[in-house]
Ligand binder design. Structure first.
Ligand code: ZN
Ligand code: ZN
Length: 423
């Protein structure tokens, strides 16, 4: 995307879908101190708190953050109260293909919630307490339908924003192949008008979502769903808003589709882009899956159907269609992935961290490095010329990705000849 569209002084980079250390599979160092430290290194200006449904994390929110206009500040850094809920229930209607009738009816969807203030967070929690427990995981599970949940939330406050999270992932996405729906309407029924946006998740980008007719009137936003504060997780996907200090204005920008742009990873980088079986080390594109009749050639069981395939099935418009609600978006790999490619070692290796820290020292934050700094400026500060070129290549969306599948992340690759030229 053309960077000139955005004046960086007029916008905020927001990651509103993250988790606390009380969510399963999350880093135990996920504290406000660390979140703020790493958000600043990443170049984020606004975070979701994550996990407001968790009693201990909510107590920390209450004790450590100070409210002003619906933003909750840790020192000078603003948060919005946010959380994610997992709804598991059964509902009539077809889903996916070739599933047994028992699985056919089970629905599992994740919804991101943005909440205007602590009082309303308390009211939501009181409602959830009538339905089950919320102290065992930062992302608690309830047997409530999507429709009922949105209706109940709107009774509590019209300012609560509910966004289907990572909406295409097979297991917990609202459009997921394994336990989702074929449309938002099927899930939310008449409550669909109170759902204004979907989160793309890593395995899809806005362009893929523009093909879905039902999403023409919805906003397409992006957040990371990070389970740690490391900068290759936090903010790996994000939404760029017009600058504001008010919760209400963030919500309005989502509802009116007036935010500025989104940051996406290449959808192939996501863990569910293609079809396949992780344990069988087998993956393939949707056409091949059709040829195989969805059966894994290794173990002969049903393949996990990924996001590209699912979009192909539900798409109304052809590939390349430009939706009238389209927003510009950047397709970027996290900086550490780019450095790892350049130095030829692992994402979290010492040598990658050394280069990363040096870049941050020189150029302020990661988004500035990924989006703004020119080749000349890199070279002036003695950044390795091959790394500088690779950062520019990332900006121009020219790094190839071997698609992820069945829970396995996609991998950045460069051709063998190219790689030798870099090292
Ligand atoms: Zn989720
Ligand atoms: Zn298999």
């Amino acid at each position: 995307m053309d960077n000139n569209i955005i004046n960086f002084d007029d916008v905020i980079f927001a990651d509103l879908h993250i988790h606390s250390r009380f969510s399963r599979a999350c880093s135990s160092n996920l504290t406000f101190e660390n979140l703020v430290k790493w958000a600043k290194i990443k170049g984020l200006n606004l975070l979701g708190t994550g996990d407001f449904t968790h009693p201990i994390w909510l107590n920390e929110i209450k004790a450590k953050l100070i409210e002003k206009d619906g933003f909750y500040y840790y020192n000078d850094f603003p948060f919005i109260i946010s959380g994610e809920i997992s709804l598991m229930y059964s509902q009539e209607g077809p889903v996916g293909t070739n599933f047994t009738s028992e699985i056919r009816r089970g629905r599992r969807i994740h919804l991101l919630m943005l909440v205007p203030n602590i009082e309303i967070a308390d009211k939501i929690n009181a409602y959830l307490d009538t339905k089950g427990r919320r102290d065992y995981d930062g992302r608690p599970i309830f047997k409530i339908s999507g429709e009922e949940f949105v209706r109940e939330m709107m009774k509590i406050s019209k300012d609560i924003e509910i966004i289907p999270a990572h909406c295409w992932t097979p297991w917990f996405g609202i459009f997921g192949s394994a336990s989702g729906f074929d449309s938002l309407k099927e899930c939310f029924k008449e409550q669909i008008e109170n759902v204004h946006a979907i989160e793309t998740g890593m395995s899809s980008d806005p362009e893929m979502n523009w093909r879905i007719k039902e999403l023409e009137n919805k906003s397409i936003v992006s957040f990371s769903d990070a389970h740690s504060f490391w900068p290759f997780r936090l903010g790996r996907e994000a939404t760029i808003f017009k600058k504001t200090d008010f919760y209400k204005e963030i919500i309005e920008q989502i509802r009116n589709n007036t935010f500025v742009a989104t940051i996406e990873t290449d959808p192939a980088y996501g863990k569910y882009h293609w079809d396949g079986h992780r344990a069988c080390k087998f993956s393939c594109e949707p056409n091949k899956t059709k040829e195989l009749k969805e059966i894994c050639p290794v173990c002969k069981k049903q393949l996990t159907i990924g996001v590209e395939n699912r979009i192909e099935r539900l798409a109304y418009y052809p590939k390349g269609f430009r939706a009238k609600n389209e927003k510009p978006f950047y397709r970027l790999l996290p900086l550490q992935e780019v450095i790892a490619l350049a130095v030829g070692s692992g994402l979290e290796s010492k040598s990658v961290w050394q280069v990363y820290n040096l870049l941050i020292e020189n150029f302020e934050n990661e988004f500035n490095i990924l989006l703004n700094v020119s080749r000349e400026e890199f070279l002036k500060k003695n950044v390795d010329i091959k790394l500088a070129d690779l950062i520019i290549k990332n900006r121009e969306e020219k790094i190839k990705i071997k698609p992820g599948y069945d829970g396995e992340y996609g991998k950045a690759v460069i051709g063998i000849g190219e790689r030798q030229a870099i090292l």
